[in-house]
Every structure is written in C-alpha cells, then in structure tokens.
Write a protein that binds this ligand. Structure first.
Ligand SMILES: [Zn+2]
Length: 266
C-alpha cells in the first residue's frame, strides 16, 4: 500500500485532472440506487477508491499465488467468464481471468473485474455449467457492489455515521486516514489475501443474479442447484474454503429453486 500522504496526493491529482476534464463528479457519500438489485445501498466509498484498492489486492494476489500456465484451464475459465460477463452487462470493467496452481477449492472476483479460480475448484467442476454457476454468482457480487456495501456498513457501524460524514466531508487527507480500514473492510486486504464471507442477503442476491446470468449466457441454471448441493456434501468431508464462505443449506437451495421456477428456467 502506498503511504497515506502519497495516497491523498494521488487522489488530489486525479481529482484535479478529472475536474479539469469535466469527467469527475464530486463523490457524495450516502445512499445510491443499484439497478441490478432494484434497491438502494449505503455507499461511503467512491468508485475511484474502490478501483485503487482492488488493483492493489489484485497485484498482491498475483505475487502471492502461483499462476497456472496450462492453456486448457485458462481457456476454459476465459471462455465461460467472457460469456457470463456479457450476459451480466458488467462490461465496463477490465476483466481478467487467472487460474492459480493450487488444490484449494476456492474462487473469487474483485470489484474491478479481476477473477481468480484455483485449479482445485476447476477440477471438481464436471461441466461448464458448474463453472458458470460460480462465475455467475461471483459476477453477481460485483454487480451488486456487495464488497463496497459491506465495507460502508462496517465503517458506519465502527465510526458512527455523523463522525464519518464529517471526516469524509472535510478533506481528502483526512479521508485517506481511513483507507486502510476500508481495505480491511472490503475483505481483499494485503494482510488477509482472501475475500471475507458475505451476509446471507448478499449471498442470496448473488445466487439470483448468477442464475439469471447463466440463463442469459446459454448455460443451464438448474445445474446451479446440483453444484451447490454437491459442494455442501463435499464440505462435510474436508474443508473447502469456498464452501465455508458459501454455506449451501436447505433454505438457500430452496430459494434458488424458487427463483429458477419464478423465472421459468426450469
Ligand atoms: Zn458469494
């Protein structure tokens, strides 16, 4: 992470350049409508800040993990990923799909469209529909702006909304003091190197969006149910990181089935 003074300097420079070009609207912390979710979200983090932290987390992951240079794996991930992203409409991100050489059963997507799948999870995905299940779900978290919302909620809870508003409103340099807290709350910090578990509400939203993206990209949404059931039984035998952050209990499966029925995918 750059130190505080260089971060605030960078932000100020970006802001000046942006204002001169007329492209940057001043960021006002508050509630923002999310059309993908059809609801409004508490948003205390600007897109610029989110992008900066995501880029940092991505660079850190590329250094920490070993990238698998097997074209069969990489092409499969890219093929499915690009189709799902097209269907999601989230094409404004600069998407990148990387396979990590590890038996870890895990996958994650950063808010800037950087996608990491471990060899271990790809090996248990018998069909591309299974891959599209996880891809759709993860892209759903991006469309739902879930990590920014979670970080905003945590910031509000920790600091108190009025204190936070005054800190953010007063100056860029004071805002920069909170950058590390934001990074940690986003769950993609250098220290952790993992994506923190999401709330149940976020998981269900990502499931619904993921199923929609599967259908939109020509995959079979019913295979999402099969895959999550398989993941839950697998979790009983050995700890899979992905399953531990994505508990697929009965109500979750039932909710997914209900959505598939309601949309007419079945
Ligand atoms: Zn999730």
């Amino acid at each position: 992470m750059p130190d505080k003074s260089s971060m605030s300097l960078m932000r100020r420079r970006e802001l000046i350049i942006g204002l001169a070009a007329g492209t940057v609207l001043p960021f006002v912390p508050g509630c923002a409508d999310n059309p993908a979710l059809g609801r409004s979200q508490l948003m205390l983090i600007s897109d610029g800040q989110l992008a900066q932290l995501s880029d940092q987390a991505w660079q850190d992951s590329l250094q920490r993990e070993r990238v698998l240079r097997d074209p069969a794996y990489t092409r499969r991930l890219q093929r499915v990923g690009e189709r799902v992203v097209q269907a999601s409409g989230q094409t404004h991100h600069n998407w990148e799909f990387v396979v990590f050489d590890s038996d870890t059963v895990n996958a994650w997507v950063l808010p800037n469209g950087k996608v990491g799948f471990y060899k271990g999870i790809l090996d248990i995905m018998a069909t591309d529909d299974h891959l599209a299940t996880v891809m759709g779900h993860e892209v759903g978290h991006v469309a739902g702006r879930h990590s920014a919302e979670r970080a905003s909620q945590q910031m509000a809870a920790q600091m108190g909304v009025s204190l936070l508003a005054s800190a953010i409103g007063s100056s860029n340099s004071q805002y920069a003091q909170y950058s590390n807290d934001i990074g940690a709350a986003l769950g993609m910090g250098v220290t952790y190197g993992i994506i923190l578990p999401y709330s149940r509400e976020h998981e269900y939203e990502a499931d619904r969006l993921g199923v929609d993206y599967m259908a939109g990209s020509g995959y079979d949404p019913r295979q999402a149910v099969d895959f999550w059931i398989a993941m839950s039984t697998m979790n009983e035998h050995h700890v899979a990181e992905f399953a531990s952050t994505h508990p697929s209990d009965e109500s979750r499966i039932a909710e997914m089935r209900r959505h598939i029925q309601a949309r007419g995918y079945a």
